[in-house]
Design a protein around this ligand. Structure first.
Ligand SMILES: N=c1c2ncn([C@@H]3O[C@H](COP(=O)(O)OP(=O)(O)OP(=O)(O)O)[C@@H](O)[C@H]3O)c2ncn1[C@@H]1O[C@H](COP(=O)(O)O)[C@@H](O)[C@H]1O
Length: 109
């Protein structure tokens, strides 16, 4: 069972590896290729997760979802958006239902 700290550790590891040798780090290699390439990679990994979600293989979906989360964090890192930035948005949404939020947006409130 995860308490969320695995993703926080992953995010820290991505930040550490950002300055590593691209020959020895996938993170460094991706970041060296620029934000557009990181976004493309996230898109590919997301599609792989979508395919497994449609197929209904739980094990493969968990694996592809892990790849997608890693590549999402790398893409955000490439644009200087940290996990803390993402968490701040999520925290601001806590306690408000998505249905209420959508209704408020549609009524301009
Ligand atoms: N979580 C990950 C992680 N998930 C996926 N990947 C890499 O993402 C790459 C995906 O590349 P590809 O698309 O070629 O792989 P694929 O999806 O199997 O491709 P196909 O063969 O299906 O086309 C692989 O090389 C994976 O190893 C990851 N690379 C790194 N991490 C984490 O990042 C940390 C730092 O890694 P380095 O930067 O490599 O040191 C690691 O300790 C991990 O915690």
């Amino acid at each position: 069972m995860s308490d969320g700290s695995t993703i926080a550790r992953l995010s820290e590891r991505i930040a550490e590896r950002a300055g590593a040798d691209p020959e020895s780090s996938w993170t460094a290699k991706l970041l060296a290729r620029g934000p557009e390439k990181c976004a493309e990679k996230f898109g590919e990994e997301s599609v792989e997760a979508i395919i497994e979600a449609v197929r209904g293989d739980r094990e493969k979906l968990a694996s592809e979802a892990a790849d997608a989360i890693y590549h999402l964090l790398v893409m955000c890192r490439a644009r200087d958006v940290s996990l803390a930035d993402i968490e701040a948005v999520l925290e601001a949404r806590e306690g408000r239902s998505g249905i209420d939020e959508k209704a408020a947006r549609q009524s301009g409130g």
